[in-house]
Design a binder for this molecule. Sequence first.
Ligand SMILES: Nc1ncnc2c1ncn2[C@@H]1O[C@H](COP(=O)(O)OP(=O)(O)OP(=O)(O)O)[C@@H](O)[C@H]1O
Length: 360
Amino acid sequence: MAEITISALCHSYDGDLSDRSRLALKGIDHVWLDGGAYALLGPSGGGKSSMLNIISGLVRPTAGRILFDGREVTDLRPEERNIAQVFQFPVLYDTMSVAENLAFPLRNRRLPAPLIARRVAEVAEMLDLGPLLKRRAAGLGAADKQKISLGRGLVREDVAAILFDEPLTVIDPQVKFELRRKLKLVHETLKLTLVYVTHDQNEALTFADEVVVMSHGELLQAGTPEALYERPSHSFVGRFIGSPGMNFLPCALEGGEIRFDGGRLPARGLAVPGRAKLALGLRPQAIRPAAAPTGIEADLIEVEERGSYRIVDLALGANRIKMRLPEDIPLPAGRFPLAFNLSSTLVYADDQLVGDLTHA
Ligand SMILES: Nc1ncnc2c1ncn2[C@@H]1O[C@H](COP(=O)(O)OP(=O)(O)OP(=O)(O)O)[C@@H](O)[C@H]1O
């Protein structure tokens, strides 16, 4: 396995870098550490597949470099890079048995038969394919076929990394959960460098040690699931992660206070760039009804029951915000004061996190 470094990566499918807004990748730097389990998360068209295909060598970047363990591979062909890639749809040979499909990447490299047999048995065991080894791939369902594709990715011991491009899209939810758990176990056992593309935040947050969020060809944040949840460094990440996502209140910094429609909060010592568009970012669980007046008053609009908690829609001045309230906390009716957890009340300037209100 290898550490993969990408440096100043830009890509345009027509080769023209002059119009930044049209680039599929807009100057990305990142290091994928050896043995890390990464999720590459973002909306459709954000550049995730382009990034994977550039790492594997299927696409050559218009500008920038890729290094495996410090060695430049930008100009190497896919077969020279030793990357295993698993795609959204199963890639296998229908006429071969499951065992032959799993063995194929190893036979191709002319590995000794006993080694091939050992690896095929190990991978089949990991993915519960043992009972199917002699069956022809053609007769199997979508989930089993995709397991074979995953197995073909995992079977080689010499790969620099395994890249998964939305591999569970065609799998139904119950099996999906099971396979994701299996992949996590496989990662823990084999310490592979894994990059797993998804646009599903639950998939990303449960699978990865580190989540990399991309949108519009930019890498917006890379961090642990907790960091992305608690301190999104870009407002897009705050909105994209969480259900519901982060609330954003347009605000202004005046006289040592953050002022927003519906309230104000002390913000002494907070420095923000001049002329920046400011917003307060608040997770729904950082908001609570207050027992005494706080200067922030909201009107109850709607309540959605979600089992052990409620999502409460509130009007705060002209803003609509969502509060996540555990079942055991009473919900006042009508208009009531709100308290914000200040360490989770984040300040964004032109969509970038600049601080919180803790020390105000
Ligand atoms: N082969 C291609 N030719 C031209 N443009 C492409 C090609 N592949 C991707 N693009 C464009 O590059 C941008 C990034 O697409 P990419 O497929 O990398 O994003 P993605 O995040 O993987 O999206 P999805 O989740 O839909 O696969 C998009 O604007 C897309 O239209």
